[in-house]
Design a protein. Structure first.
Length: 376
């Protein structure tokens, strides 16, 4: 563990990171304090989602790792802690934001530089004023989305369309959660590193952390472990292919969606971030601090922070940060409580119209905090 912490300390500072030893599977762990959390999740099976895996950790220890429910509407097998989930927009923080954090630490990425320095094809009226910080805070002025999977024929043409999409607002004026902005930022990372995003993250983050079940484009050998997502138009259930249509058009590799992972792997990631935050890592604290761009926004750099309407619940601390994914995933990390809460579900199975996960996430976060709060 000491060797791994040292290696990952280098990850956010600068310099190469040595690969960690092969990670061993994390077994299910039950703590009686969290009985109410697990019971609540069981009560939501076949209502909010087919199945779910939760990981809770504190003080560098995984306290709870539990699975409830089954793989999907057409798959009655019980899920396990090693079930692989499509992370959807957790890709933005687990992958893309971490890549940016590494590159800033190495002096290769300037948060306040114009995006055009790294992505010359990012052209259009007012775009010369859009910075990397604007992309990370979703304040670039770009729209949220466009149907690139219909408009484009290749990854290159899809990215070109993202780059040339007109701004709807002035940079820094308005918060608009934008997948297009994450696609542009992906290109900046790839231009700086000279690697496609998946290769860079595998060598600089996933391997050093021992995240052996985290990757874009999961191989066929993983298929039986992957929780299915939505029923497609031809009636088949998507399993092992990215659920997000635009990420699919981008070849399954993008900063806005495309990562697959497990709760134990994400627990390793969360434990590293908590350790780095406690050790006063300038990069981690800077990236997880609310930016106030635009005024009143809850966004940090890539990450979100608790707000009245967020999935964080009502009881996390002032320095907490987290994110959600469209498929039903979420992660919240609270340095003040030295706590992380990871919830992975496939709530879009069999249809994305099921939105009950919106009430489940904050309830789970509050139950976890309650479970760790000594009685008065």
């Amino acid at each position: 563990m000491i060797r791994r912490v040292a290696a990952l300390a280098a990850l956010v500072a600068c310099g190469p990171v040595r690969a960690a030893p092969q990670a061993t599977p994390v077994q299910a762990r039950a703590d009686a304090r969290f009985d109410s959390v697990v019971a609540y999740l069981r009560s939501q099976v076949d209502s909010a989602f087919p199945g779910a895996v939760i990981a809770v950790g504190r003080h560098d220890t995984v306290l709870l790792l539990a699975a409830v429910g089954h793989y999907g509407s057409d798959d009655p097998r019980p899920v396990t802690p090693e079930t692989v989930y499509d992370l959807a927009s957790l890709t933005k923080v687990i992958g893309l934001t971490t890549a940016c954090m590494i590159l800033v630490g190495e002096g290769k990425l300037d948060l306040d530089a114009p995006v055009q320095r790294y992505v010359p094809g990012f052209r259009g009226m007012g775009k010369e004023r859009v910075t990397i910080r604007h992309l990370l805070t979703h304040s670039s002025g770009l729209p949220a989305w466009r149907p690139l999977f219909i408009e484009a024929t290749t990854r290159a043409t899809a990215l070109a369309l993202a780059d040339t999409t007109a701004l709807l607002r002035q940079p820094g004026d308005t918060f608009v959660y934008s997948d297009l902005g994450a696609m542009v930022l992906t290109q900046a990372v790839e231009a700086i590193t000279g690697q496609r995003l998946d290769g860079y993250l595998d060598s600089r983050e996933f391997q050093p952390l021992g995240m052996t079940s985290t990757r874009f484009l999961p191989p066929p050998a993983w298929r039986d472990r992957i929780a299915p997502t939505e029923r497609s138009q031809d009636g088949t259930i998507i399993r092992g292919t990215v659920h997000d249509e635009n990420a699919w058009k981008l070849g399954g590799v993008s900063g806005h969606a495309g990562l697959f992972s497990t709760a134990p792997d994400l627990a390793r990631f969360a434990r590293w971030l908590l350790t780095a935050w406690r050790q006063d890592s300038g990069q981690v604290r800077a990236f997880t601090k609310r930016q106030g761009i635009p005024t009143g926004s809850s966004r940090a750099l890539g990450w979100d922070t608790p707000s009245e309407t967020s999935s964080a619940g009502t009881k996390l601390g002032a320095h907490a940060f987290g994110h959600t994914g469209f498929t039903g995933t979420s992660i919240w990390i609270d340095p003040d409580k030295d706590l992380f809460v990871i919830l992975l579900t496939n709530r879009v199975n069999p249809t994305r119209e099921n939105g009950r996960i919106a009430r489940v996430r904050p309830r789970v976060a509050d139950l976890v905090v309650d479970a760790l709060t000594p009685p008065q």
